[in-house]
Design a protein around this ligand. Structure first.
Ligand code: HEC
Ligand code: HEC
Ligand code: HEC
Length: 481
């Protein structure tokens, strides 16, 4: 694809995306807009506005952000490598041809608006030597207008939707069966390790350990996972599952742990028969399988279908932030509101956007500083390289699936390395790695931390930080025969 047509496509996509007017959406657009004054545009035909926007992207952005952007090795030498850094850095962060398998939702648009609002692009070091490349207030207004029409601003933030009540007895039974399996040690070789061992709903859907403890190894001690266990609360909306995205959805994900030698201990696909056999000896479970799945039987497919159906219901609406988005101004304290503004101003709300505040894109962890250099435990041996571990594509090295920040106050320790215990420290590290802001900006980090504490929602109507084991029990569903 040549430069012109890819930009054309980008503008078309910008213009074609419809506006979803949710309550929270309108307010969140207000939140972002209220923070910045904007230039008033003279009245323009939509076609003219398209043409102007295309021209600006072509003249001032494409040199670095077109998919096929290149640089002269000869001139790069004289710029002391700056040209290469510009073009390669630019293509990592954003391309004018969006790739929805990497960034879904409105992440691309949110990033675009962020750099326009903050006038971060084109980089100053480029504008200084390229006469006329600086964005004029008019350019910014035209591009932001296009962006606004896309409805992306309306979806920076959105409340978490509550789980819908099961539509039928059958569906209730499927969820209940999933609930039982989720808490069932028989999915592991030693009958002790269940999904809930590592995703405990009374611990924000995590184990609060740096590395999860699976079935015992030859030395009798629990084997440790390679990366930190993320929460499975609100995970249903994620672009893909796992830090490296190797599972497409919750059903595919649920097939992973039982056959993971370190986690639940089984080793190969044929081992599902052992699990199915153990489960079939349990009359309650057997009756539920028969009711829910008829003659499909007990196997990897039906087990993971039931677990995924249960996990779909593990959403945590009604946090203080959700109440704020729905119009309750008093739901956030002034400090939390200051934190929210900083969260928008520092660009956190581009990657951590949508209802789950994240989960919808893969992003590099070393754009402005390397996360691993700041958040790697001394005993961290094997390397996790994010999306590349799954796709095997070199350009995906160091791209990790952005975690949700819902309930993040409950899910320490942080990062895929599981090496940071304090939320405020995690925030400070993000400020440095994802924004280039100094680590010494403690006041801002503190405010953002208070804002993130407002992300603790409710599960089964109770605050997720106050759940006891009995609060997360489901009422039995007795199959009707
Ligand atoms: C000289 C090369 C260059 C030009 C020209 C340029 N950029 Fe960038 N852009 C970069 C680099 C390098 C990065 C990554 C580092 C960063 O985010 O500061 C980047 C990052 C971005 C990002 C991602 C920011 C984020 O927070 O993830 C967006 C969006 C972006 N640019 C948009 C634009 C737009 C719009 C234009 C034209 C008005 C433009 N850029 C012009 C080099 C360039
Ligand atoms: C021994 C601990 C352990 C057990 C048991 C376990 N998990 Fe996990 N889980 C993890 C770890 C560690 C990860 C992250 C692995 C990765 O990304 O490579 C994870 C990732 C996930 C994710 C992805 C979340 C996201 O944001 O990408 C979901 C969902 C999940 N587990 C659900 C389950 C279910 C369902 C079961 C039971 C079938 C289960 N887990 C059993 C430790 C465990
Ligand atoms: C360019 C995308 C991007 C931006 C911008 C960004 N983050 Fe992140 N964030 C990530 C990714 C990717 C991770 C996972 C990193 C890892 O574990 O390797 C993450 C992880 C986190 C975590 C840890 C969550 C957990 O469960 O382990 C917190 C807290 C966080 N970010 C807060 C912020 C804040 C605050 C900002 C703004 C200063 C911000 N992020 C900006 C992509 C981003």
């Amino acid at each position: 694809m040549n430069k012109k047509s890819s930009i054309w496509k980008y503008v078309l996509i910008l213009a074609a995306t419809g506006v979803v007017a949710t309550v929270g959406g309108k307010i969140s657009q207000g939140i972002v807009d209220s923070m910045h004054e904007s230039t008033q545009l003279p009245p323009m035909e939509p076609a003219t506005a398209d043409a102007v926007a295309r021209e600006v992207l072509n003249l001032k952005c494409a040199a670095c952000h077109a998919q096929d952007a290149t640089y002269s090795k000869f001139l790069n030498f004289f710029s002391l490598g700056l040209m290469r850094d510009h073009v390669e850095g630019a293509k990592r962060s954003f391309t004018l041809t969006p790739d929805s398998s990497i960034r879904s939702g409105n992440v691309d648009y949110l990033k675009m608006d962020y750099v326009l609002r903050t006038r971060r692009m084109p980089p100053a070091s480029y504008s200084a030597v390229h006469f006329g490349s600086r964005l004029t207030p008019f350019d910014v207004a035209v591009l932001r207008q296009k962006y606004k029409e896309s409805g992306a601003a309306a979806r920076t933030f959105a409340p978490i939707a509550p789980a819908v009540a099961p539509a039928s007895e059958l569906e209730a039974a499927r969820i209940y069966l999933g609930y039982l399996l989720y808490h069932d040690g028989r999915l592991s070789t030693n009958n002790q390790v269940s999904c809930s061992s590592c995703h405990d709903l009374t611990r924000g859907g995590t184990d609060n350990l740096p590395k999860s403890e699976g079935v015992p190894g030859p030395d009798g001690l629990p084997q440790l996972g390679g990366v930190n266990a993320p929460t499975n609360l609100n995970a249903a909306g994620h672009i893909r599952q796992f830090w490296d995205g190797r599972a497409a959805d919750l059903k595919e994900q649920a097939g992973g742990p039982p056959l993971n030698p370190v986690e639940m201990g089984f080793a190969c696909v044929a081992d599902w028969d052992i699990i199915a056999h153990k489960l079939s000896n349990d009359p309650e479970i057997e009756a539920l399988f028969a009711y829910v799945f008829g003659d499909r039987g007990i196997n990897a497919d039906t087990i993971t279908t039931a677990i995924a159906a249960y996990e779909q219901t593990l959403v945590t609406p009604d946090s203080a932030f959700d109440r704020y988005l729905k119009g309750d101004e008093k739901a956030l304290t002034d400090t939390q509101k200051a934190g929210m503004k900083a969260f928008v101003d520092l660009g956190c709300a581009t990657c951590h956007s949508g209802p789950a505040l994240g989960g919808i894109s893969f992003e590099y962890i070393n754009t402005h500083a390397d996360l691993r250099a700041l958040a790697t435990p001394s005993d961290y041996k094997e390397g996790a390289f994010g999306l590349r571990d799954f796709t095997k594509k070199e350009e995906h090295k160091d791209m990790f699936r952005v975690p949700t920040l819902r309930n993040v106050a409950l899910t320490a320790p942080y990062f895929h390395t599981g090496s940071v215990n304090s939320l405020q420290e995690a925030v400070s590290i993000m400020m440095k790695t994802q924004n280039g802001a100094g680590l010494n900006n403690e006041e801002t980090a503190k405010n953002i931390t208070r804002f993130l504490e407002a992300q603790t929602g409710k599960l089964y109507g109770k605050p997720a930080n106050a759940l006891r084991p009995e609060d997360v029990k489901l009422k039995p569903v007795i199959p009707q025969s």
